[in-house]
Design a protein around this ligand. Structure first.
Ligand code: GDP
Ligand code: CA
Length: 319
């Protein structure tokens, strides 16, 4: 079975761990979000690709959900001693090595897809991890500065990590997406898939950004395979993080049903909501999307594998 998953960071990575356990024989291709990418200290950092790679490769800081296990922060402290920032983005020493290798390879002319493959040679994530594009795409957020009241545009990481999404987002723009091309293998994987899954990743700044690369949304919509998503919203709120802020910016309510309708029947054949949102099933089904309520909390690999099995079963039912 060929499974394609459009993944962000933590939600995507944890789901993939369950999917691998539920379908150990499957051939899994992950199309990773690179809209969160940022250049820091001259280095190219790809937070979502690295979260997937470290999580599946056994190098993740489990409690945090991102960054390396057994991490130290000597480089960060030294940079701070020089007064060189930003200090709000946590890069540990082990993590720095990944960004150095990536930046060195990009500088030598390798595309991001080849660099990602090389990094995965070490981590052996057990999936084929493809960046959505080799071209630079950076999500920016427009907001009204709380101090000056003026409209300001900040990098997504500044909004998310530094400001903790404490101000309403007026708009979310994947800068560069319009000119970007899908990375080699992306459209081929979507076309050849037996099942396409949207994990419980952020619908706007993770899955939405991947779909914003011209050709990807069209390929998913045209694919012969059933497309099934899992709600990142449980009981009217994101399970983790501030997805409600970016959903509001695109005019979507933070409910499991509203997110399904946002993707719409053009993309989705099936949608899983948490048992806490069983009320939403009728509304989603009325729109033409098959829907089931099952536990959607990724508390451990067994619970997450059960979610993945439910998604594959719904996909079968949609075929
Ligand atoms: P990020 O790039 O690290 O923000 O990660 P993603 O975009 O992949 O996923 C973030 C989303 O995952 C958030 O909107 C969370 O609500 C959702 N999420 C995290 N943990 C869980 C969980 O256990 N269950 C569900 N249903 N969603 C989750
Ligand atoms: Ca992310």
């Amino acid at each position: 079975m060929r499974i394609v998953v459009l993944a962000g960071g933590i939600g995507g990575a944890r789901f993939l761990r369950g999917l691998k356990s539920a379908a150990p024989e499957a051939d899994i291709t992950v199309i990773g979000n690179t809209g969160d990418d940022i250049h820091l200290f001259g280095l190219k950092v790809c937070p979502d690709l690295d979260t997937v790679m470290y999580t599946l490769g056994g190098g993740i800081n489990e409690d945090q959900g991102w960054g390396r296990t057994e991490e130290s922060f000597a480089v960060k402290e030294e940079l701070a001693a020089y007064g060189v920032g930003p200090t709000w983005f946590g890069l540990g020493d082990r993590d720095f090595a990944t960004h150095i290798v990536r930046t060195q390879m990009l500088g030598a002319g390798y595309p991001l897809s080849a660099v990602t493959e090389a990094l995965c040679d070490r981590w052996q994530p057990g999936v084929r991890l493809l960046p959505m594009s080799d071209d630079r795409v950076e999500t920016h957020v427009a907001l009204n500065d709380p101090e000056t009241g003026e409209r300001r545009v900040v990098h997504f990481q500044e909004y998310w990590v530094k400001m903790r999404a404490s101000v309403d987002a007026q708009a979310v723009v994947p800068v560069g997406a319009e000119q970007a091309k899908p990375a080699p293998g992306v459209l081929e994987a979507v076309a050849a898939a037996d099942v396409i899954l949207f994990p419980p990743s952020n619908p706007v700044v993770s899955v939405g950004t991947i779909l914003a690369v011209p050709g990807i949304r069209e390929a998913v919509a045209a694919a012969g395979a059933p497309v099934v998503g899992l709600s990142p919203i449980v009981g009217g709120a994101p399970v983790r993080g501030m997805a409600d802020k970016v959903l509001a910016a695109v005019g979507v309510e933070s409910t499991a049903a509203a997110v399904a309708l946002h993707y719409g029947t053009g993309l989705l054949d099936g949608w899983l909501v948490d048992t806490a949102d069983a009320d939403a099933v009728a509304e989603v089904e009325a729109s033409g999307i098959a829907c089931r309520a099952v536990p959607l909390m990724m508390t451990d690999t067994a619970a997450t594998a059960a979610m993945a099995r439910a998604a594959l079963e719904l996909a079968e039912a949609c075929r």
